[in-house]
Write a protein that binds this ligand. Structure first.
Ligand code: HEM
Length: 196
């Protein structure tokens, strides 16, 4: 369904501004000293959750476009995906700085020896690779390999859910919620593949 660009000119600025709300909210909570007894851990949890939410929103945009016929959903896909990388980078920086005080040896040790950290880091590396190759010029240059590489976004989301399960251990309700959304999105993708 073709859409008049003049009518959707507001779309990207609106999505961009909305995507910054979690960051503004976090800065507000820091300024108001409203992060609870362990601010560093609270920041790690909040930024991790926003990374996962943005990842899942990114994955839902193509199905929403198929279901609704609205091109608007795919027009903002790259931007929303880059916001997932943006929040992941803050999450990683919080971990390196506030939780590990930039102690490089400890950082290296944790990356190698703590499975939930290794898994989170692999997910981050995938998001970086997708972010670096996201400009239009890369899409053109990489041809078919671009699509192949960008399918890894599903692997990043699976790794993120494993990371979350590993952290939560006992009360898995949050992981079940996010995991179910991912399962529906993966199921939809397989179903489309079978039909095509
Ligand atoms: C795509 C990448 C990632 C996603 C989607 C993600 C997601 C999450 C989520 C949702 C949480 C909150 C868990 C909760 O509710 O308690 C979390 C916590 C955490 N993540 Fe990540 N994460 C990612 C990458 C990383 C990386 C690269 C690191 C470090 C190398 C990391 C370290 C942590 C730590 C330390 C916590 C807090 C654990 C605790 O509560 O003790 N994450 N992450």
């Amino acid at each position: 369904m073709a859409q008049n660009p003049a009518r959707t000119g507001w779309l990207k600025p609106a999505v961009f501004s909305a995507s910054l709300i979690p960051l503004v909210w976090l800065i507000w909570r820091i300024a108001a000293d409203d992060l609870g007894p362990d601010p560093a851990q609270e920041l790690a949890i909040a930024t991790g959750e926003w990374t996962l939410r943005f990842l899942l929103i990114t994955l839902s945009l193509t199905p929403l476009r198929h279901i609704s016929g609205q091109l608007a959903f795919v027009r903002v896909r790259r931007m929303v995906g880059l916001f997932a990388l943006f929040y992941a980078s803050i999450h990683f920086t919080v971990w390196m700085s506030l939780l590990l005080g930039f102690r490089w040896f400890a950082i290296g040790e944790e990356l190698l020896e703590r499975p939930y950290i290794t898994i989170g880091f692999l997910a981050l590396l995938i998001l970086i690779a997708l972010g670096v190759t996201s400009p239009k010029v890369m899409v053109r240059r990489m041809g078919k390999n671009w699509k192949r590489l960008h399918r890894l976004v599903y692997l990043a989301a699976i790794l993120a859910i494993i990371h979350l399960i590993w952290i939560l251990r006992t009360d898995l309700s949050e992981a079940v919620l996010y995991g179910s959304v991912l399962a529906i999105l993966l199921g939809y993708r397989f179903w489309r593949r079978i039909l095509s």
